[in-house]
Ligand binder design. Structure first.
Ligand code: SF4
Length: 219
C-alpha cells in the first residue's frame, strides 16, 4: 500500500510537471467562472477540444451569462454551434440548462453534484468536472481518457467510465485532485499516450509505466 501511494505521488508529479511545460492552452482552462466552465464542458461532450476551441470564445462573448443564453432563441444558439455538430440538441440543452439556472438558482451555477446533474445535458462527468475545475473540489474524475491512461500506467483493467472500481481507484490516485492533473492526463492521451502507436520514447511516464516496461521487455 505504501509502495502504491509512492507510485501514485510520482505519477501525479510527472503528469503535472509535464502539463506545466507542454500542456495545451484552452480558454475554458483559464477561467474560474463556473458558467464559462460549465459551457466549455457541455460543448466538449463528444467533440474534440480543437473543434470547441474554434467557437468557444465567440460563444462566450455572445452568451456571457445564463440570462443571455436563456433569453436567446434555440435556433440562434444552434447556428453558433453548427461547426461542432449536434447543434439542435446542444442548443436545446444549453438553453434549458440556462433557464433552470436563472429561475431556480438565481443565475448562479449550483454547487452540488445532484443539482448540477439535474441540468439537461449534464451527467456525472460534467458535474464532477465543474466541481473540480470551477469550485476546486477534491473529487475524482473518470472518463475514457483517464481510464485508458491509468490502465496503461498501472496495468489495470476497467470495464469503462461507469465502472465503480475506476472511480474508487481515481479517488485514491488523484490525491489533491489538482485540475492540472486531469488536464495533464487529457493532454497526454491526446498527444502522446495515443491508443495506436503511443509515443513512449518522449513520454514523461516511460520510467514508471507498466505498459511500456512490458512492451520494452518483449522487444
Ligand atoms: S510510456 Fe507509453 S504507454 Fe505509458 S503512459 Fe507514456 S505513452 Fe502511454
Amino acid at each position: 500500500m505504501h509502495g502504491d501511494n509512492k507510485k501514485y505521488a510520482l505519477v501525479r508529479e510527472l503528469v503535472i510537471n509535464w502539463y506545466n511545460q507542454k500542456g495545451r492552452n484552452f480558454p475554458w482552462r483559464n477561467t474560474k467562472n463556473p458558467y464559462h466552465i460549465l459551457i466549455g464542458e457541455m460543448l466538449l461532450r463528444r467533440t474534440t477540444a480543437a473543434a470547441v476551441s474554434r467557437i468557444y470564445v465567440d460563444f462566450i462573448n455572445c452568451y456571457g451569462t445564463p440570462e443571455h443564453l436563456a433569453r436567446t432563441r434555440e435556433s440562434s444558439i444552434a447556428r453558433s454551434l453548427v461547426s461542432i455538430g449536434l447543434q439542435s440538441t446542444r442548443a436545446k440543452q444549453l438553453r434549458q440548462a440556462a433557464s433552470i439556472i436563472v429561475n431556480d438558482y438565481d443565475g448562479k451555477i449550483p454547487t452540488s453534484l445532484e443539482a448540477l446533474q439535474s441540468l439537461p445535458g449534464v451527467g456525472y462527468y460534467i458535474a464532477s468536472a465543474v466541481k473540480i475545475f470551477a469550485f476546486g473540489d477534491a473529487i475524482p474524475l473518470v472518463d475514457g481518457n483517464v481510464i485508458h491512461f491509468l490502465s496503461r500506467v498501472f496495468e489495470m483493467e476497467f470495464s469503462g467510465p461507469s465502472d465503480v472500481r475506476a472511480w474508487d481507484f481515481v479517488a485514491k490516485f488523484g490525491g489533491s485532485h489538482d485540475s492540472k492533473l486531469y488536464w495533464g492526463i487529457i493532454d497526454l492521451v491526446a498527444t502522446t499516450c495515443l491508443r495506436q502507436n503511443p509515443k513512449c520514447s518522449v513520454c514523461p511516464l516511460n520510467n514508471v509505466c507498466a505498459w511500456y516496461t512490458k512492451s520494452s521487455l518483449k522487444e
